[in-house]
Design a protein around this ligand. Structure first.
Ligand SMILES: [Zn+2]
Length: 282
């Protein structure tokens, strides 16, 4: 499986600004929308999403600001309804607001999906005064209705797939789209959730794993898509884990030729020359 990896001349780069490699930091807020979507009561063990709004997102905003890094924040419509000021804080700090379900629907939605995508799209657009152009499915669930609906709403990228090391043009309704790019997101190796779900990794172990992945990806195709969740429980909102995130960014900033990008910037860059991102797979 390979794509057009033919840009091997060191004087050329497939990435914005002629960078050797790019890193997109994506923050999945995963607030109380997660528990609400699971019909949990938000109390006690079901309050971990609320931590994201109260502590985790502000902590991650401070870390990103200190490093001068702009990120992409995937937000649920329900969380935007509950915390509109927080959404505007994130947007006002220069980060991208992208869509992540209404109540983090981690199940197959069937015919309900277009209406829920439209609902969250309207909530986020109204909340921050700018329409999202990117989406990442909660828990990775998609259907055949997902991409046609997103494109109709004006989206240009999806960050849900786990099937490639590089971006590639989407296939929508049986045709390769020149106006919609898949920005794959490997949610095992460069994500906090699988490491922290049951407390099975320490923050130091997570850091070591992320650094190993970072250096390997920079050496190969140069696309690094790194995801954190500011919640308690499976996320990195708590202090020691947030400190590992902080140290990871500090190290990433020292990698020669590695450029930080928001996903909307990366999508726009790719779609300026769609022929470079067309899949050659049979
Ligand atoms: Zn999520």
């Amino acid at each position: 499986m390979s794509m057009d990896h033919s840009i091997s001349n060191e004087t050329k780069s497939r990435w914005p600004g002629g960078a050797r490699a790019v890193i997109a930091v994506t923050v999945h807020m995963d607030g109380p929308a997660v528990e609400q979507g699971r019909k949990q009561n938000g109390l006690g063990m079901y309050s971990k999403g609320r931590y994201s709004a109260r502590c985790g997102v502000p902590r991650h905003l401070e870390i990103l600001a200190r490093h001068g890094i702009s990120a992409t924040f995937f937000m649920c419509g329900y969380d935007a309804e509950r915390y509109p000021d927080l959404m505007r804080d994130v947007h006002g700090a220069g980060h991208e607001i992208a869509a992540h379900g209404y109540q983090h629907e981690g199940f197959d939605l069937g015919d309900q999906e277009p209406a829920l995508l439209e609902r969250t799209h309207a909530i986020l657009s109204d909340c921050v005064g700018e329409a999202p152009v990117g989406w990442c499915s909660p828990s990775g669930r998609k259907s055949t209705l997902t991409l046609p609906t997103l494109r109709r709403l004006g989206y240009c990228y999806d960050a849900s797939e786990k099937d490639d090391d590089l971006p590639y043009l989407a296939n929508i309704d049986g045709r390769v789209a020149d106006d919609f790019i898949i920005l794959p997101n490997n949610t095992i190796s460069l994500d906090d959730a699988p490491l922290f779900t049951n407390g099975q990794a320490t923050a130091a172990e997570a850091y070591d794993n992320w650094i190993e992945e970072l250096h390997a990806l920079v050496q190969t195709d140069g696309y690094v898509h790194f995801t954190v969740h500011p919640r308690a429980g499976y996320g990195s909102g708590t202090p020691a884990r947030a400190a590992a995130f902080d140290r990871f960014l500090e190290t990433a900033k020292t990698v020669p030729g590695l450029k930080f990008v928001k996903l909307n910037e990366l999508a726009n860059h790719c779609l300026k020359r769609p022929e470079l991102w067309r899949e050659p797979r049979a």
